[in-house]
Design a protein around this ligand. Structure first.
Ligand SMILES: [Zn+2]
Length: 279
């Protein structure tokens, strides 16, 4: 214990010395990483590296990856795409990741190439409706006729994402479309939260604390913490505020997170694509 305290004091000292000039780290004993950074025309790789240095936050860059039916600019759909992307980030001080799309993204790439990434994150926000249509829950104007029925299917979909996809991080956890915002706490019952958390633990998936949506809320995070889940920080902010982790830091302090509670990329041979069986 003594060792932990002295290390925290030591890191506290480095804050005062100005090594982390922007983010107030308080007593945190781990390096800050934003594992959910999207590049675009404004935040180019060069710009991202500059922001990362300024903020004292290491970036994990993610590009959308999956079958061609997923309509994202810059989508990676083939092994060649993925190799080119990995080569682009090679030698840069970032983690290399993808944001996987669809339950079948693995079929687009070779295991070997995916294993060259530091991590894969995915979420449950592209939700298959009963008629087979995929609804992008973050878009404005999404309507839900029967919230309880939706929640049952949405929780089940979270479980499917984690059971079927060899992923490292569940991004944007517990996100609800704007139309359900007011009922958020009533809809995310302890039982539903527990199902998602149990699945994350079972499959060794880290839970993203998302600073853009300020999710998951404390009740979920506390339950996950008690269960022994791992957490990652992610801004998912498209634009110049990328790397701002205010909510993540608030929650890290509230939960008393330490180095061993935080996700770190798996070593070679231990990545989900290598260690997990999937259909
Ligand atoms: Zn994203």
């Amino acid at each position: 214990m003594r060792q932990t305290i002295s290390r925290r004091r030591f890191l506290g000292g480095t804050v005062a010395a100005g090594i982390f000039p922007v983010v107030s780290r308080g007593a945190l004993d781990f390096p800050l990483v934003d594992y959910h950074v999207h590049l675009d025309e404004v935040v180019t790789l060069e710009k991202a590296l500059e922001l990362s240095r300024q903020r004292g936050v290491k970036f994990g860059v993610v590009e959308h990856a999956g079958a061609k039916e997923n309509k994202y600019r810059g989508l990676l759909s083939t092994d060649e795409d993925l190799k080119r992307y990995i080569a682009m980030l090679d030698g840069k001080p970032v983690y290399k990741g993808i944001q996987a799309e669809g339950l079948d993204w693995m079929s687009c790439f070779s295991k070997r190439t995916v294993a060259q990434l530091d991590y894969v994150l995915s979420d449950a926000l592209t939700f298959p409706e009963k008629n087979g249509q995929r609804v992008e829950l973050w878009r404005p104007g999404v309507t839900i006729d029967d919230p309880q029925d939706f929640m049952e299917r949405y929780v089940a979909f979270h479980l499917q994402v984690m059971a079927r996809e060899p992923i490292d991080i569940l991004a944007n956890p517990t996100f609800l479309p704007a139309c359900l915002e007011k009922e958020f706490d009533a809809l995310w019952t302890p039982d539903r939260m527990k199902k998602v958390i149990d699945a994350a633990l079972k499959h060794g998936v880290a839970i993203e604390i998302n600073s853009r949506y300020r999710l998951p809320r404390p009740a979920f995070l506390k339950m996950a913490r008690r269960a022994g889940a791992k957490f990652s920080f992610g801004s998912n902010i498209h634009g110049m505020d990328v790397g701002k982790l205010d909510y993540c830091l608030e929650m890290a302090k509230e939960l008393g997170l330490h180095r061993h509670d935080l996700f770190t990329p798996a070593p070679a041979g231990q990545k989900p694509i290598e260690r997990r069986r999937f259909a």
